[in-house]
Write a protein that binds this ligand. Structure first.
Ligand SMILES: Cc1cc2nc3c(=O)[nH]c(=O)nc-3n(C[C@H](O)[C@H](O)[C@H](O)COP(=O)(O)OP(=O)(O)OC[C@H]3O[C@@H](n4cnc5c(N)ncnc54)[C@H](O)[C@@H]3O)c2cc1C
Length: 409
């Protein structure tokens, strides 16, 4: 299908549906609306569509997951996300991608494109947009959105740095604030508030956490498989198992990233935040004590004994500081790391917070302004690691795009 012709009146370009943001949510909304017969323009401030998708899953794009439970979506109204998910779930998304020519690969429940290249997801979405005649206008930034008072039907005037659009419906899919180099930086928040919407405080999530004790920088580069407990004001709040990574001034790895949203919110409230690592989760304390005592006798010292079960750097770090066996066991089973911050939106994969879901209908339409829709990370929904954030972007994009076109017909 050729690109649709858009009428220009009073120097304003007319269109039925204008979408801000050509990320996964915006492109999915565009495809859903156009498949239902709507004429669609997408405004994207970056030079290419789907810029962030290339970075997802370390370039492999983990776009959904086989496993869903009540812990995967977070936000002030998590039920909002679960209800939406039921309307466009993992199987629908896998089927949608398949229909666009992208077969999927299941790695321990994590779903990727079969060739494990994010590029194929972007190409498939962009190709489908072209096929449907959707006009994606890159390197164009949306600056303002106001209600078109001259339109009794209740349309909008959207101003960009290249022109003015008169449109019947607007879908806002500009992302949150995470990873601003990919275009999502909260630049539309002021306009969204001006349109009457509350934005739940946006914090970095899925983000490495900074530690207070600078001596831990000696462990930079260490990776260890452990059980990690998040302690807030000395009470266990959450726990995860898996590989954690020590860096120069922070700690990362999937377990830390998963719990980071709670740590960040607790720190903001002035609470004390600690991570407690069980560095040898496969041994109970008494067995560990016996093992260390025997190994010390058989080997030349504590360092060598610990080196049998811990990374060399960790063994050296502990053996230089602790000589008593009971103390060693305590520190290995409860290795405490005091957290005093996070690595910010630049290193975050997602945003916790966004447009308050209570002000949005189940069709992603504003309860305050008719014909204004939201999709993706701009909403107060964030997922855990594992493909849940892209699933949310596609789910909400599908619902918004479908609803906008049904309203029109
Ligand atoms: C490094 C990294 C790895 C990740 N890996 C995964 C993963 O493997 N699996 C997973 O599920 N999730 C992953 N995520 C999260 C996921 O990428 C996001 O949640 C998802 O891209 C959000 O989609 P979106 O369409 O809402 O927003 P975005 O993808 O952020 O797209 C928003 C678009 O809007 C544009 N825009 C913003 N303001 C304007 C404006 N004023 N005018 C015009 N255009 C504008 C932006 O340029 C951007 O292109 C990862 C994120 C990062 C940073």
């Amino acid at each position: 299908m050729q690109s649709q012709e858009f009428r220009v009146t009073d120097n304003k370009i007319k269109c039925e549906v204008l979408i801000v943001g050509a990320g996964p949510a915006g492109m999915m909304a565009a495809i859903s609306a156009a498949r239902n017969g709507s004429q669609v323009i997408v405004i994207e401030q970056k030079d290419i569509p789907g810029k962030k998708i290339y970075a997802t899953g370390n370039g492999r794009c983990n776009f959904t997951n086989q496993y869903y439970d009540s812990r995967v979506f977070r936000g002030e109204c998590p039920q909002f996300a679960y209800d939406a998910y039921k309307r466009f779930d993992k199987d629908e998304l896998i089927g949608f991608m398949h229909q666009l020519g992208v077969t999927s690969r299941d790695i321990n429940g994590y779903i990727y494109p079969y060739n494990e290249q994010a590029r194929s997801i972007v190409n498939a979405l962009v190709y489908e947009c072209k096929r449907l005649g959707i006009d994606i206008r890159c390197s164009e930034k949306t600056l303002d959105i106001v209600k078109d008072e001259s339109d009794i039907e209740g349309g909008f005037l959207v101003t960009t740095d290249k022109g003015i659009y008169r449109c019947e419906n607007v879908i806002l899919a500009p992302g949150g604030k995470a990873s601003p180099t990919h275009g999502s930086d909260g630049n539309l928040n002021k306009i969204i508030r001006k349109l009457g919407h509350e934005i739940v405080l946006q914090d970095p999530a899925l983000v490495p956490l900074r530690f207070a004790d600078s001596s831990l920088s000696l462990l930079a580069g260490v990776r260890c498989k452990c059980r990690t407990v998040l302690m807030i004001d000395e009470t266990a709040y959450d726990e995860e198992s898996g590989e954690i990574i020590f860096n120069a001034d922070n700690i990362s790895g999937i377990p830390v990233m998963q719990m980071s949203r709670y740590a960040v919110k607790a720190l903001a409230k002035g609470k004390k935040v600690c991570l407690e690592l069980d560095l040898v989760p496969d041994m109970i304390g008494s067995d560990l004590k016996g093992f260390i005592e025997t190994s010390i006798k058989e080997r030349s010292g504590i360092n060598e004994a610990l080196g049998l079960i811990l990374n060399d750097k960790l063994a050296e770090y502990l053996s230089e500081r602790i000589k008593d066996t009971d103390e060693l066991v305590k520190n290995i089973k409860h290795f405490r790391i005091e957290i005093n911050g996070d690595c910010g939106f630049n290193k975050a994969q997602v945003t916790a917070g966004g447009v308050n879901a209570e002000q949005v209908t189940e069709d992603m339409e504003s309860k305050i302004i008719r014909r204004l829709f939201f999709a993706g990370e701009i909403l107060d929904v964030d997922g855990t690691c594992g493909g849940y954030n892209l699933q949310w972007a596609f789910t909400s994009g599908y619902i918004a795009g479908t609803a906008v076109s049904i309203k029109q017909s």
